[in-house]
Design a protein around this ligand. Structure first.
Ligand code: 5GP
Length: 203
């Protein structure tokens, strides 16, 4: 039997409380050619070293609202008082071409994609929750990162505790250890997802 198999792209969604090690993991994954990383839009101001169009598309509230009204987002949410949104077109284009896409979004965004009204998107989804070892470790990591004020860290910790309750909604959970370990676990997930019979197209 000499059949040709191809497949549609996988939409890898990674969520984690801030400071759980997700950005480090996503940065490491972005260095590979395994997938296209989807750059989100946000109304939060850039942090030191962040590049517009690379880390995020930094938009004003008016620009964000206009794009939301034009239906440009696959999902969008208010996180810590700022708006964040995932652009629809580049994701769909890549998935149809068979290119895997990685998005780093919060638990509201992941829930919206799980409930998305297009079965193609729901079937493409492979959602992964990165669980911080515990809240104290999260506090230490956020303090060490030094990009938030003490007050902002407290807000993020409250959100983190709430988000950590949602891990069961995700198909996969990685308990964050070192970057190397997290990366290896993610690669196992990636490998298995690529061989799901349901993802294969026989031509
Ligand atoms: P940060 O401001 O630290 O970069 O991100 C704050 C939170 O917003 C993180 O949990 C991140 O995953 C989430 N986020 C980033 N982009 C998006 C997006 O497009 N949609 C949603 N729903 N959340 C996002």
């Amino acid at each position: 039997m000499n059949k040709e198999f191809s497949r549609y792209g996988i939409l890898f969604v990674v969520s984690a409380p801030s400071g759980a090690g997700k950005s480090t993991l996503c940065d490491a994954l972005r260095q590979t050619s395994d997938f296209v990383y989807s750059v989100s839009c946000t109304t939060r101001p850039p942090r030191a070293g962040e590049i517009d169009g690379d880390d995020y598309h930094f938009l004003s509230e008016a620009e964000f609202a206009a794009r939301a009204n034009a239906g440009e987002f696959l999902e969008h949410a208010n996180v810590h008082g700022k708006y964040y949104g995932t652009l629809r077109d580049p994701i769909l284009r890549n998935l149809h071409k068979g290119v895997d896409v990685l998005i780093d979004i919060d638990t509201q965004g992941a829930a919206a994609i799980r409930a998305f009204d297009d079965a193609f998107v729901r079937q493409a989804l492979a959602d992964v929750f990165i669980m911080p070892p515990d809240l104290e470790e999260l506090r230490r990591r956020l303090t060490k990162r030094g990009t938030e004020t003490a007050e902002q860290i407290e807000v993020r910790l409250v959100t983190a505790a709430r988000e950590m309750e949602l891990w069961r909604e995700y198909r996969y959970t990685i308990i964050s250890r070192s970057v190397e370990e997290d990366l290896l676990k993610f690669r196992h997930i990636m490998g298995a997802e690529r061989y799901l019979s349901g993802r294969m197209i026989l031509t």
